[in-house]
Structure formats: structure tokens, C-alpha cells
Design a protein around this ligand. Sequence first.
Ligand code: NAD
Length: 503
Amino acid sequence: MLHKEILASAGLSAAELYSGTLDNSAITICSPIDGAELAVLKPTNPSAMPVTMELAQTAFEQWRTVPAPRRGELVRLLGEELRAAKADLGALVTLEAGKIRSEGLGEVQEMIDICDFAVGLSRQLYGLTIASERPGHRMMESWHPMGPCAVISAFNFPVAVWAWNAALALVCGNPVIWKPSEKTPLTAMATMKIVERALARFGDAPAGLLQLVIGGADIGDALVSSKKIAIVSATGSTRMGSLVGPKVAARFGRSILELGGNNAMIVAPSADLDMAVRAIVFSAVGTAGQRCTTLRRLFVHESIHDILVEKIRKAYASLPIGNPLDAGTLIGPLIDQPALQHMQNALEQARQQGGGVFGGEVVTTGVPDGAYVKPALVLMPAQREVVKHETFAPILYVMKYTTLDEAIHLQNDVPQGLSSCIFTLNLREAEQFLSAAGSDCGIANVNIGPSGAEIGGAFGGEKETGGGRESGSDAWRAYMRRQTNTINYSSQLPLAQGVKFDF
Ligand code: NAD
């Protein structure tokens, strides 16, 4: 399929794709597959941001009064429209972000899944009833909409992250303003076409309920700095989060931060090694190592280290690298040439810090202008400095351990705290890993790799990963305000804690 056909099937017209040709602030979008120019976009004018936020506020005042199950109906329709558009939007994810076909489709499936979840949730925004200490009194909690929610998303999940946030925010009664990565705005524009179809079928949603703004950090910052935005959900690097988090806090806004990871697997002596190898390879090289949950650190018990490394090297040698649009490709390109350069720099640092590097070479044959690399396996003598940083590329650092306590200590001894896992058939080891003294991450798995989470659980991580939670479980609470209500149905006015104030 040609690039132009993919863009057209996703509903993007030539006029929309070349809106910025006369503008010197234009953003040029190239496919990571072959460097081909896909679009030249006019970014949102910063002076238009106050109007966008005002419109969201007006939409909020109406949307918060719509019963939650009716709000859920809009999300149900969105899920239906996404189902119908899955193939086209999935192909565009591949074209713009470089994911292989099945991962592009998987990303859209994730959007559909969270819509399904949110529809059910729209009838389950439960509060508690609480026993009051006073006679004739009842206490309860109510959950109310918060206000406009900004979603600032990263290039590597160009549409799913918006859906995780938007589906929940909508049923919780909040409008959404989306600022996608400046590297992947086309998938966002195509998603808004799908949104428009759902809105048209819904009928009476307020204008400005779901808006899109295009641009870089300056446009993101307009949302971050405005008191009009009740919730800022920001996904991206720790560097970005360290700027966004304090700004939102300084104006007493609420932030949901989903930042970088440095995810690990511990492989214990009893592990099913063949299963471990499959999990290692998928989670270390899938999406060309550009998932926040990508496996980056492998701690292997010294008794099985050499045999496991041999199996991984063998598996790595068989992986098809190339055009992600081609059936059979398992490793597509990195997002751009700077990403490739970061990878090469990290490998050089690893060598200097005592690492033995296998793979990691730039691949040029057949894919002239894309940033293609062989995945790298790096045998490290210890967890040196380079290992503690997230390099957004397929580099897997392998280290030996002797005791499980040591392995857990090493796993936790990094600034990030997103995802982790252990491969073991030993119940004691598995439970120790999951215990309070075990993994310090937001996600901890047993006999499953660290990536590829389902939407049913709360997703996010601790420490420099930002502490935010999105998606399933009770993550919806971050999109609502909690109100504690005490109702007195007696004819007395007793004070709490037995306080007397008679006059
Ligand atoms: P990035 O930090 O460069 O950009 C992310 C988004 O933040 C973009 O939309 C960007 O325009 C915006 N941004 C940057 N600076 C800003 C500022 N000062 N104010 C407001 N907005 C600003 O990240 P990226 O390269 O697109 O994505 C890769 C990173 O994202 C990796 O670190 C990865 O681990 C992380 N990530 C985390 C999760 C998660 O759920 N924890 C999910 C996906 C990606």
C-alpha cells in the first residue's frame, strides 16, 4: 500500500496535510519508514489557546450535568467507530510511528478496549456510604466532574494514550484538549475524524468537548500553565515531566504523569527458559525498543547466565528487520535519526563502562532513509551508570546475580519505577518479588514480560516515572473530585468529637 493511500484511507485530505506550506513555523512530518514527507502542518497559533480553553470550559458546564450513563453512550459510539476504522487507523500508526502492522492494529484495539471499559464504568462511578458517629446522620462520598482535561501525549503510543485518558475523562464529565507529539500529529488528526463521526451520531454533545491542538512544547505549556485546565495528563520523558509537574502543582492543578521507565526482568534458576526467552525478545525488541515498558535490564542467576544469553543471541539473529508495512517484519525503524544517534552513543558509553556489546549496528540495506538498527545485547559486569538511564532504543543490558535479595536490590536501584517481572517456578521467590520488600514498580509480573499491559489494570509507575495511574481499575478517580457529604435527618445538632458549643 502506498503512503498516499494510507493517508487517504484515514480520511486526511491534501489540503489538511499541506496546511502549513506558507508558514515559517510549519511542522514537517516524515515517515520513519523511509523518510518520505507525509505532511507540512500549520501548528496551532499560541494566541488561539485561550479561546480553545474557554470553549472547553463552556463545554464542561454543560457536559457535567449530562447523566454519566448518557456520557457513556458517546464513548460507546466512539468504540463502534474505532472498530470500523481499525484497519485504516492502524495502518496510519505504522506509517507515522513506524510500528509493525500488528502493533499498529493492537494500538487501535487498545482504544476500543478502553472505550468498552469506560462504557461500563459510566454506570459504576461509585462512592462510599460511611457510618456516622452522630445519631440521625448519614455520611457518603459523591464523585463529581473536575473540569477540562489536557492530554499531552508521546510519539510512541500516538493514539492509545489519548484514548486511555479521553474515554475515562468523558464518562467522568470532563472535556478533553489533546496535544499529541509534534512527531505524530497525523494519527491524532485521523482520530479526530473518527471522533466527529461518533459525535454526529450522539447528537447533542456541546461544542468543544473534544479538541485537538497541534504543536510542540510551547503549545503544551499553554495548557500546563492555565488555571482553566483542571487536569494535565502528560505522557513522555522524565525531563518533560520534571518541567510539567512543578508548574501544574504551583497553580494547584492536578497532574497525571506517565514518564520514562527502565524496566527489568529477573530470571531465577527454576525459570522456564524457553518461555523466558520469548518474553525477553518481545519485550526488549518489540516496537524497536520504544515502549515505556520495554525490557531494558535483565538480571540472570549466575548458574543459568551463559545458557540464557546464548538462547537470546540465537533468537536475536533470526529477527526480521525492515519495513514495518511488510508482513513478516518484527523490528521496524526508530522514530528518527536522532534516536538512532542516542542509541549509538549509549552503546559507546556501555563499552567504556566495561560492557560487551553484541548487535546494535545500523541497518542500511533495503531501507535507505529510515533509522533501522539491529537490537543490541550488552553484557555488563555490573549495573553501571549507563544502565540507569532510559535510552529509547532496543538495548538490553544483561547482568548476573547470586541471591534474589541482590537481584531485587539491583532492580530497584534506578531512578525509574514503571514495570518489572520475575521468571521463576519457585513460589517463595515469586511472592518475595511481589511483597512490600520486593519490586518498587507500579507494575510487577510473574512469568510474563514487563510490557504489553491490558487496559483492565491501573497503568503507571513510581519514582521518576511520575506516580500517575491511567486506564483500568479505579484510575477514573483521578478524573473526578471527591466530595464528602454529611446529612443530618434528626432534629438535633450534635457536634463531632463530642464538642459542646451551647449558647
Ligand atoms: P517527550 O517528553 O519528548 O514528549 C512528550 C510530549 O510532551 C510531547 O507531546 C511534547 O511536545 C510534550 N512536551 C515536551 N516538553 C514539554 C513542556 N515543557 N511542556 C509541555 N509539553 C511538553 O517524549 P517522547 O520522546 O515523545 O516519548 C518518549 C518518552 O515517553 C519515553 O521516555 C517513554 O518512556 C515515555 N512514555 C511513557 C509512558 C508511560 O505511560 N509511562 C508511555 C509512553 C511513553
